[in-house]
Design a protein around this ligand. Structure first.
Ligand code: MSP
Length: 585
């Protein structure tokens, strides 16, 4: 193939910035041989809502990314673990309110979370329920280790407890509030706003106070340990005050619904001590096939909402240290979702039901919205306007239309991946065009650009970069009015094929990189483009325009897929939005 000199220069310039800085920019490039990411296990006292889905999708996107990054390497394993937290007072109270046996109640609600996993395409490798036998064994074994190591003692616990948070609250974190109607004064947790109850009973206590320094050092030893930095700073500030011992059991007469304390059936294990161990349960703790569980532990990342950061980044490392186990590598924390800028709550009636929303915007549409709109360190806002307008603009107009435009029969009658004619004189002329140069340049940098974004859970930045490329393709295609070019004229045909080749390459790379975000849509687009299943890894997105560099582009000449369905149908606006919009006019 003859290559124009302008094209060669362009490609060389683009490559220079890629290879040299590679290792320095991405020290973790070869890091993972396996990857283990977790979501919190969700309380079954209520059904899945948008917040639960968001955490789970973050974990899924991250796990899919790790898989596609390592698809062609010696990468061994990649696991996403989620599940349900089924013990404790609030679950018991919810079951009682329905006059149901707690286990039957848990079975029902847990199933709804499993359904969420399925509907939203979460690639979970395990689903832990804390009422499972394997989990009981893990919790009891873990307790015994901590006890053997001398970190559990029996003591009188006196203090304030929040049932909705299943947490003990220290004096400094309490404030007084007056009931507007009865005038009664009561204590609430400053952090969650939940009302507190006085608790006084003989409990097993955990020597959390022994771990203030070690927990602080663990956080300090890696700037990414607790991510993002806003939450890390908050924790380090809190850790300036020495930790106090905490109760890790409840009297069976008060909380019968839990794992029995080993050797003392008059007590049940505190629900958080129990729940956190699920991360070990999934790793096969205490044993896998008669050998130690260790190959999955420690976890690479625990993803949690800010409300439970302290449990994961203070209590959990302390428990693990006490049991003599390794600590997780990272805790990633996200802020909360609001609905129309207000806290979601049952009483306000603005809790977003993910299943209902997905019925109108599709599960992939909701995935896309959450990952594009969600920013780790800031509260995220859900609004129908943002949802519908965003999906119509990005998925229906930009991505969907672009794909549709370049794949029509008139432009590509042979229905094969284009590219053969580049190198002819008219193609040279094409490469001097700014809109084409811009597409080539941005496609060649895209995979490299988004790696730190995806690695650090800034998926929205990755999405924005990808959509920018899609927009550039649309600009290029519109500018050159490709639909007016005639195949019967050899010069015009060469030009057309050059523009098409650039468009297909762009859409191929963009779709590969969208797989962690919208796996089904991306896979649909890749199949339309005729990209084989084994050519969809990060490596494949790193290579583009191969035939222009004198190499063999294995895509060129490949038959396209047959499915001509639109990628994403334009959404009809719900009545609430059309009324608002017509009122505004
Ligand atoms: N069962 C505990 C976790 C134990 S993990 C060992 C628990 N469960 S929960 O059902 O309350 O779920 C909490 C998680 O759901 C939060 O940490 C967060 O991940 C997610 N969210 C709940 N509400 C949320 C929002 N409004 N917005 C975003 N996520 C939130 O705590």
């Amino acid at each position: 193939m003859v290559l124009s000199s302008s094209f060669r220069t362009l490609l060389r310039l683009n490559r220079q910035s890629r290879s040299g800085q590679y290792v320095a920019l991405f020290p973790n490039w070869n890091r993972a041989k396996s990857y283990y990411v977790t979501t919190p296990i969700y309380y079954v006292n209520s059904v899945p809502h948008l917040g639960h889905l968001y955490t789970t999708i973050l974990a899924d996107a991250s796990c899919r990314w790790e898989k596609m990054k390592n698809v062609n390497s010696t990468f061994t394993d990649s696991k996403l673990v989620t599940g349900t937290d089924e013990h404790g007072l609030k679950v018991k109270q919810a079951a009682d309110a329905q006059q149901m046996d707690p286990l039957v109640f848990c079975d029902q609600v847990s199933e709804r979370f499993r359904k969420m996993i399925k509907v939203f395409g979460i690639d979970a490798s395990d689903f832990v329920r804390t009422t499972e036998q394997r989990h009981y064994e893990a919790v009891q074994h873990f307790w015994q280790k901590v006890e053997e190591n001398g970190f559990i003692y029996k003591g009188q616990y006196k203090g304030w407890y929040s049932i909705p948070d299943e947490a003990y609250v220290s004096e400094s974190a309490i404030t007084l509030e007056k009931d507007k109607i009865s005038g009664e004064t009561y204590r609430i947790s400053k952090e969650s706003g939940h009302r507190l109850q006085w608790m006084e009973e003989e409990n097993y206590m955990f020597k959390l106070s022994a771990f203030t320094d070690q927990v602080r050092e663990w956080i300090l030893s890696d700037s990414q340990r607790v991510h993002p930095v806003k939450f890390r700073a908050k924790l380090l500030h809190e850790l300036q005050t020495p930790l106090e011992d905490i109760s890790i059991s409840r009297d069976v007469s008060k909380v019968p619904w839990g794992v029995p304390v080993p050797g003392d059936s008059a007590h049940r294990v505190y629900v958080w001590f129990d729940a956190l161990v699920n991360y070990l349960t999934a790793a096969g703790y205490p044993q896998v096939n008669g050998t130690t569980y260790s190959n999955m532990w420690p976890a690479d990342v625990h993803i949690v909402g800010q409300d439970i950061m302290r449990f994961h980044a203070v209590y959990w490392p302390a428990f693990l240290l006490a049991a003599g186990l390794k600590l997780p590598k990272q805790v990633v924390v996200h802020s909360h979702w609001l609905c129309d800028n207000r806290k979601m709550s049952k009483s306000t009636g603005n809790v977003v039901d993910p299943f209902e929303t997905a019925l109108s915007v599709t599960p992939e549409g909701l995935r896309y919205f959450l990952l594009k709109q969600g920013v780790l360190g800031d509260d995220c806002n859900f609004s129908e306007k943002l949802l519908y307008n965003g999906l119509n603009s990005d998925l229906a107009n930009d991505y969907g239309n672009c794909l549709h435009r370049i794949m029509g029969k008139r432009l590509n009658p042979l229905k094969v991946y284009p590219g053969e004619l580049v190198g002819t004189s008219n193609a040279d002329h094409a490469i001097d065009d700014d809109s084409i140069k811009e597409v080539i340049r941005s496609v060649q940098h895209l995979a490299e650009e988004i790696q730190p974004y995806y690695r650090d859970f800034y998926f929205y930045k990755g999405i924005n970069a990808i959509m920018k490329v899609v927009q550039l393709v649309n600009i290029m295609v519109t500018k050159h009015k490709v639909w007016e070019l005639k195949r019967t004229d050899s010069n015009q045909a060469a030009f057309l094929d050059t523009v098409l080749y650039c468009s297909y390459e762009a859409m191929r790379v963009c779709s590969i990189l969208l797989q962690p975000i919208v796996p089904e849509l991306a896979s649909f687009a890749l199949s339309k483009l005729g990209v084989p299943q084994d050519c969809r890894g990060l490596d494949d997105a790193m290579k583009s325009f191969a035939s222009l560099e004198g190499g063999q582009d294995k895509m060129v000449g490949q038959p396209l897929g047959h499915d001509m369905k639109p990628l994403f149908r334009r959404l009809e606006l719900p009545e609430s939005l059309t009324t608002k919009q017509s009122q505004a006019q």
